[in-house]
Design a protein around this ligand. Structure first.
Ligand code: PBG
Ligand code: ZN
Length: 325
């Protein structure tokens, strides 16, 4: 049917009609809020390149998680900043690490909040790479052993989900096998399956001081030019037993999000990363864009592209906006 018999504008005339026609919906249920945890007590350290976000001591991180829960957000993901970095990143699996303590405190305060723990070493190593180095190169299999220790320490602390993010080959198998061996067969794995070597991580690396001291991450993270390879990566993680797969970053990779959503029958997460957050905040602070509208439009776009779960620094803000609608 064509104009004038069909008029597309007919169904856009009122908010009621638009609501009827709406194909995708954004809800607080879709959101997962990243929280940075460090040492000390009563510490809130704003992150310059991520206005509105901070690094928190465990007590403050717990308050923040409770705020997220009260705002209707079902899940948080924790990142740790250790007191001391070393060549292997051993604080990552310390039973008394900041993330381990935060998991315990948050689960105690909000038992129904889903607590995930990002599981990687770049925040914990003095060289800033995502595992152990052998002759200056990331040693995949040696790093997997430490990853297994790390996810078990998170599971022991009470994490619902562990989220290996280092783009190590076989990281899902390593996590699943060791979790099951230790009796944590109910601990889920959210795999950073298609994670690109991206400049959009810049502000995050400032926040956790995890920029590689030499070289870069292109030897393990994906080439931004590749699409089919993302499908291979995701399929590997599905075969290894991932419960959730992820595409990261989000905005410049919406085609990948759609491809993966069509390919797999698992929940798909997107990570709306620090640089994406910073761009919106910087433009909004200048009065160049309407922050509230841009935030909801961006997050709704991820839903339209096929994302089920959206990890975003805008989670609290968006949940507030959604509650008002
Ligand atoms: C590290 C890790 C990164 C992010 C989360 N975990 C990126 C990296 O430094 O390679 C990025 C998060 C963000 O930019 O918001 N494994
Ligand atoms: Zn890493």
């Amino acid at each position: 049917m064509n104009f004038p018999d069909f008029r597309a504008r007919r169904m856009r005339r009122s908010e009621g009609l638009r609501r009827m026609m709406r194909e995708n919906r954004l809800s607080a249920d879709n959101l997962c809020y990243p929280i940075f945890v460090a040492g000390g007590t009563n510490v809130v350290k704003p992150i310059t390149s991520m206005p509105g976000q901070s690094v928190w001591s465990v007590d403050k991180a717990t308050d923040l998680a409770a705020r997220a829960y009260d705002a209707g957000i079902p899940a948080v993901i924790l990142f740790g900043i250790p007191d001391k970095k070393d060549p292997v990143g051993s604080e990552a699996w310390s039973a008394n690490g900041h993330v381990q303590r935060a998991i315990k405190a948050i689960k105690k305060r909000c038992p129904d909040l889903v607590v995930s723990a990002d599981s990687c070493f770049c925040e914990y190593t003095d060289h800033g790479h995502c595992g152990v180095l052998t002759e200056g190169v990331l040693d995949n299999d040696a790093s997997l052993e430490n990853l297994a220790r790390t996810v078990i320490s998170y599971a022991r602390a009470g994490a619902d989900i562990v989220a290996p993010s280092g783009m190590l080959d076989g990281f899902v198998t390593a996590c699943r096998e060791s979790l099951d061996e230790e009796g944590f067969e109910q601990t889920a794995i959210m795999a950073y399956s298609a994670k690109y070597a991206s400049a959009y991580y810049g502000p995050f690396r400032d926040a956790v001081e995890s920029a590689p001291q030499h070289g870069d991450r292109r030897g393990y993270q994906m080439d931004p030019a590749n699409g089919r390879e993302a499908v291979r990566e995701v399929n590997m993680d599905v075969a290894e037993g991932a419960d959730i797969v992820m595409v990261k970053p989000a905005l410049a990779y919406m085609d990948i999000v759609r491809m993966i959503a069509d390919e797999v029958n698992l929940p798909l997460a997107v990570y709306n990363v620090s640089g994406e957050y910073a761009m919106i905040e910087a433009a909004a602070a200048n009065g160049w864009i309407d922050r509230d509208r841009i935030v909801l439009e961006t997050l709704t776009g991820f839903r339209r592209a096929g994302a089920d779960i959206i990890i975003t620094y805008h989670a609290l803000h968006a949940a507030g906006l959604l509650a008002k609608r």
